[in-house]
Design a protein around this ligand. Sequence first.
Ligand SMILES: Cc1cc2nc3c(=O)[nH]c(=O)nc-3n(C[C@H](O)[C@H](O)[C@H](O)COP(=O)(O)OP(=O)(O)OC[C@H]3O[C@@H](n4cnc5c(N)ncnc54)[C@H](O)[C@@H]3O)c2cc1C
Length: 483
Amino acid sequence: MDNKHVNVLIVGAGLSGIGAAYHIEKECSDKEYLILESRDQLGGTWDLFRYPGIRSDSDMCTMGFRFKPWKGEKLVAEGGLILDYLHEIADENSIKDKIQYHSHVNSASWSSKEAQWTISYNNKLKNSKEIITCDFLYFCVGYYDYDQGYEPNFKGRDNFKGQIIHPQKWPDDLDYSGQRVVVIGSGATAVTLIPSMAEKTEHITMLQRSPTYYMIRPNKNPLGNFIRKISNNTVAYYVMRWQNINMQSMFFKQARKYPERIKTWLIDLVKDHLPDNFDVDKHFTPPYNPWDQRLCLVPDGDLFNAINDGKASVVTDHIEEFTNDGIKLKSGDELKADIIVTATGFNIMLFGKIDITVDNQPVDPSKSMTYKGMMVSNIPNLIMTFGYTNASWTLRADLTAEYACRLFNYMDKNGYKYCKPSPDGEIEIDGEWLDFNSGYVMRVLEKLPRQGARDPWRNTQNYKKDVLQLRYGRITDKELKFI
Ligand SMILES: Cc1cc2nc3c(=O)[nH]c(=O)nc-3n(C[C@H](O)[C@H](O)[C@H](O)COP(=O)(O)OP(=O)(O)OC[C@H]3O[C@@H](n4cnc5c(N)ncnc54)[C@H](O)[C@@H]3O)c2cc1C
C-alpha cells in the first residue's frame, strides 16, 4: 500500500462511508477510491455498540438510505439488523473489496502545489506508519471518540465492589440475571437498556440528574402495513419515508415556535402511560424546551411498561459518591447496586481526531466555518459527513454523498484540480454550528467550526431545503473557488 494514490479516499466504513462508496460506485464509476477503516469490521456505530436492546432511535424509513428501501415493519430496528443492512449494501455493490481495515488515519496534509492530500495512517496489523495520497479526502468518521465513552469523574468510584460498565464497551459475557442494576443517564441509551434488561434483573433503576423529553410512538405503523399489503415494500417505504420526513420537520418547527404547547403535549403523553399518582413533574419534566436536546423515541412506551410492571424505577437526584455497594445521593438516599451502567454519553470528536494541515499550516476547526454543512472554509478538496441533529443522520449523509459526486463530475468535466470554499469578505457568525445544548455538544462547543449568518455558510438542519440545495442546486457558486 506504500505511496499508493487514489482519486477519493474515504475515512471510515460506518453507515456514512458505505453510503458514500455506494454513490461513487453508481455516479462516478471511473473514480478510484479506497476506504480506510480503523477497526476490523464495517458498520461503525452499529458494529461497536453491543449492549442489550441496542436499536435505532429514529424511524428506519428515514434512517434507511434513499437508494435501498428498509424492509422491516417496525418503526425502529435492532442494531444487528442495521448492521446486516449495511453489509448487504456493501456486498451488493462490491464495496467490501475497497475497504482496508486496521488502518487508523492520523494526519492529512494538503499541498496546493501538488493539488493532493497526503494521508498518514497507522497500519495496525503491521504496526507501521503508511502513506497514501489522494485528490479528494472524504471524512465519514462519525462524531464520537471510539476509544473512550464519556464518564464524569465520580467520587469514590474505586470503592464500588461491583462492575461499572460504559455502554460503549459492553462485555460479551455480562450476566445480569437477578442483579440490581443502576443505569446513570436518561438519554437514548438508558431508555433502550432499561426495558431490555428489566426482564432479567432483580431491579433496574434509571438514575438521572434531570429528565429528558420522550416521544412515545407505536412501533408499527398501520398505514405502512396497509400499503405493504396492497402494493409492496418499496412503495410502502417511500410513502412512509415522506410521511416521517414531513411529520418530523413539522414537529421540529412547531417545537421551536410553540415550545410550551409541545412541552405540554409530550408530557401529557408520558402521563397517559403512568399511574395518576406518579410524580411526572419531578421525573419526566425537563428544565429545557423540546428539541434543545435530542428527543428520545420510546417505541410502544416500553420504558413506561417496565416502570408500571415494577421492574424498573426512576430516581432524579445528584450523585454524592460511589460506595462499596452502590451510590450515595445528594438527598441522603442510597441506591444499592451490583452493576452500575454509566450511560453518560460520548466524547464528541471532529474529523476523526485527524490532524489537518493546508500548505504546511495546521488547521484549527474552531476558526473555520462550514460550507453547506459539509465542506470547511479554506480547506481544499475535503468533504465531511455530519448528519442532522433533529432528524436521521442518514438523510444528510445521503445528500452529502450525492452532492460530492456531482461536485467530482463537475470538476472532471471542467478540468479543475481542486476547489476551496472561501468566504467573500467577512461573514457574520450566527451562533454555533450545532444549535443544540446536549451535554456532549456543550462540552466541545468551542472546538467546533462556526456557522455563518447566511447561506451557504449556514448549517441548515433542514432536509427539504438541503434536497433543493444539494441534490438540485447549482454547483457553481462564487464562494466555492475552482482552480
Ligand atoms: C447507540 C446509538 C444509536 C444511534 N441511533 C441513531 C438513530 O436512530 N438515528 C440516527 O440518525 N442516528 C443515530 N445514531 C447516530 C449514529 O452514529 C449515526 O446514525 C450513524 O451510524 C453514523 O454513521 P457514521 O458512519 O457517520 O459514523 P460511525 O458509525 O461512527 O462510523 C465511523 C467510522 O469511522 C471510523 N473512524 C473514525 N475515525 C477514524 C480514523 N481516524 N481513521 C480510520 N477510521 C476512523 C470508525 O472506526 C467507524 O467505523 C446513534 C448512535 C448511537 C451511538
